[in-house]
Design a protein around this ligand. Structure first.
Ligand code: APR
Length: 234
């Protein structure tokens, strides 16, 4: 692989579940994916929460316990290293596990929210505890049961976060997608925005995806292997 020797000034890393897979966090789709074992209709949508909030909160608590056991891998560290040398680089992630932040990355946009946050819909307050997977309180002081601050199926994305993402992606000159199936919109449309604004687009994924034709370069390797290759070029 040869990347032109131009120094890219605005880099966006666009990450999905495959980025966390080598840390031991399961992906959503494919064999062993979360949606193989759990029906999202029972655990990851507002109507499931309305019907049985404790059941949904237990599921998310389990995911926090599992995520806590995992550690960022060399690929996360390479992104942090690149960011340290390039202050105008961003991470736009669909992941909710907080792994980029645990690798000390900055400028992280969490498109689908965070597993580590709960929110009170009445007071619009967000409660965050990145250390304790088992939240001491499941209810707000106002009495309302707290909801995971996650974009679930059938939810709209947060418009402010989406606007910020569009602004950053439309200005980037290098767009590196890592470990996403490109099947969940509107996130899956983001690479097209980078491409139409002239960014060099690179896909790191062992598999072909519905968005692969959008990319100028495809690295058919795992996230860590692909990022090790890429680091030599940047
Ligand atoms: N390195 C890189 N990519 C990998 C690896 C790996 N080690 N292992 C798997 N992959 C790739 C798979 O080939 C697949 O294309 O990661 C992708 C994972 O796809 P999904 O499970 O669909 O995850 P993602 O694209 O992040 O899903 C988007 O769907 O369920 C929702 O809200 C959830 O944010 C999630 C969204």
């Amino acid at each position: 692989m040869v990347i032109d020797s131009i120094k890219y000034s605005k880099i966006v890393f666009f990450t999905g579940a495959g980025m966390s897979a080598e840390s031991g966090v399961p992906t959503y789709r494919g064999s062993g994916g979360i949606w193989d074992s759990y029906k999202w209709q029972d655990y990851a949508c507002q109507s499931a929460f309305d019907a049985n909030p404790e059941h949904v909160l237990d599921f998310h608590e389990l995911r926090r316990i599992e995520a806590k056991k995992c550690k960022p891998h060399v690929g996360h560290q390479i992104i942090t290293e690149i960011q340290n040398n390039n202050k105008s680089s961003w991470i736009v992630t669909q992941n909710i596990d907080g792994m980029h932040q645990r690798a000390q990355s900055k400028n992280v946009i969490e498109l689908h929210g965070s597993l580590w946050e709960l929110r009170c819909e009445a007071e619009m307050k967000i409660f965050m505890d990145i250390k304790n997977p088992e939240y001491a309180e499941r209810s707000c002081k106002c009495g309302l049961i707290l909801r995971p601050n996650i974009i679930w199926f059938e939810d709209n994305l947060n418009q402010k976060i989406l606007n910020k993402t569009y602004e950053i992606v439309s200005q980037c000159d290098l767009f590196i997608s890592i470990g996403t199936s490109g099947s969940v919109f509107p996130a899956a449309g983001i690479p097209k925005l980078a491409k139409s604004n002239g960014a060099l687009c690179i896909e790191i994924n062992p598999e072909n995806t519905p968005m692969s034709s959008n990319y100028d370069m495809k690295i058919r390797k795992s996230a860590s292997e692909g990022l090790i290759d890429l680091r030599k070029e940047l």
